[in-house]
Design a protein around this ligand. Structure first.
Ligand SMILES: *[C@@H]1O[C@H](CO)[C@@H](O)[C@H](O)[C@H]1NC(C)=O
Ligand SMILES: *[C@@H]1O[C@H](CO)[C@@H](O)[C@H](O)[C@H]1NC(C)=O
Ligand SMILES: *[C@@H]1O[C@H](CO)[C@@H](O)[C@H](O)[C@H]1NC(C)=O
Ligand SMILES: *[C@@H]1O[C@H](CO)[C@@H](O)[C@H](O)[C@H]1NC(C)=O
Ligand SMILES: *[C@@H]1O[C@H](CO)[C@@H](O)[C@H](O)[C@H]1NC(C)=O
Length: 289
């Protein structure tokens, strides 16, 4: 009996457990990432396994992957700026090259707040368009206190945003009914920037620069993704089931994760573009299913 349970646990762990939990967090930043902007506002810590981004009144900073990817199960461990961080945005996102209106992008944006007020997590999905698919959640923890894992699963079947392995958003491939779905190679990005024109209370709560410099910390620079050449239109090979995140157990949420997801939506979601009738008198197609 106990050996049966043991075998079962091993299977669970080797199936999606390892993948979902992320892997080797000892990987050096330089192996897969580089600083993209705000060079002197990025500091390497712990032998390069951790990066601190700083923002003061002269600059924020951003990092990005060296490679482009066509599918994967991505993650970063993040600790956001503490104390009064109103107006400060810590972002972790996947993005296709260029800034045309036909753009693919998957966003986590942690919206800073006054010290006594909670952070809000915003997500967005751009699929060959301008996005406008914001959702906002209260978090069930204070992201200033510790590192948490923010994950994006991207395969042909769906895109799932997770926080600490809990699904918080699912964007299904509904191209069969005419909803666009990301098709372009994307890079991984993270940044710390001044969003005080919109981020906190719709832009009414401003950055208090006497709290600067703001500091965000990042770990987990291992990447589980299918590499593609920059600007390549050939990402077909990224659908191959030689990549674990493309195998059937990743095509939809299992019953446990489905329940977690329902629970998050019920208890923590505070804004959903799908139900914003002012903005979308007719719900967007993907919201009708
Ligand atoms: C930026 O911050 C520095 C240090 O706090 C201060 O000396 C400087 O005046 C500030 N500059 C602006 C443009 O606010
Ligand atoms: C918050 O403020 C306190 C007091 O000014 C300071 O000691 C501490 O380092 C700050 N924490 C962070 C995360 O900035
Ligand atoms: C890829 O496309 C972007 C935007 O069109 C361009 O800025 C970049 O230089 C291109 N990269 C390569 C390697 O061609
Ligand atoms: C979306 O799903 C369809 C099948 O319904 C598939 O043919 C297509 O390749 C998928 N799109 C992407 C970008 O993976
Ligand atoms: C900004 O921070 C300083 C120092 O903590 C504080 O004295 C001041 O009241 C704050 N301003 C606002 C608008 O909260």
């Amino acid at each position: 009996m106990s050996s049966l349970i043991f075998v079962f646990l091993i299977v669970l762990f080797t199936d999606d457990g390892v993948l979902v939990r992320g892997g080797n967090s000892e990987i050096n930043f330089d192996q897969n990432y580089k600083v993209i902007w705000g060079d002197n506002h990025a500091v390497s810590l712990n032998q390069g396994t951790e990066i601190q981004l700083l923002m003061d009144n002269s600059s924020g900073a951003g990092i990005g992957s060296k490679m482009d990817y066509g599918s994967g199960f991505f993650h970063l461990r993040i600790k956001v700026p503490g104390n009064d961080s109103a107006g400060v945005v810590t972002a972790y996102y996947m993005s296709s090259q260029g800034s045309s209106s036909r753009h693919d992008e998957l966003d986590f944006e942690l919206l800073g707040n006054r010290e006594e007020k909670p952070y809000i997590l915003q997500t967005n999905v751009f699929a060959d368009d301008g996005g406008n698919r914001e959702q906002k959640l209260k978090l069930w923890f204070d992201p200033r206190q510790d590192f948490h894992d923010y994950q994006i699963l991207w395969n042909q079947h769906h895109i799932v945003f997770f926080v600490d392995n809990i699904p918080i958003r699912v964007f299904k491939n509904m191209s069969n009914i005419g909803v666009s779905y990301p098709t372009k190679p994307m890079q991984i990005h993270a940044s710390l920037w001044d969003g005080d024109s919109w981020a906190t209370d719709g832009g009414r709560t401003k950055i208090n620069w006497s709290s600067a410099p703001f500091k965000a910390y990042f770990q987990g620079f291992d990447v589980k993704g299918c590499e593609v050449l920059q600007n390549s239109s050939d990402i077909q090979h990224c659908d191959s089931d030689k990549y674990q995140w493309n195998t059937p157990s990743f095509w939809q949420l299992d019953p446990v994760r489905q329940r977690q997801y329902e629970d998050v939506k019920t208890r923590y979601m505070i804004y959903d573009y799908c139900t914003d009738r002012k903005r979308n008198p007719t719900p967007p197609l993907e919201c009708q299913h």
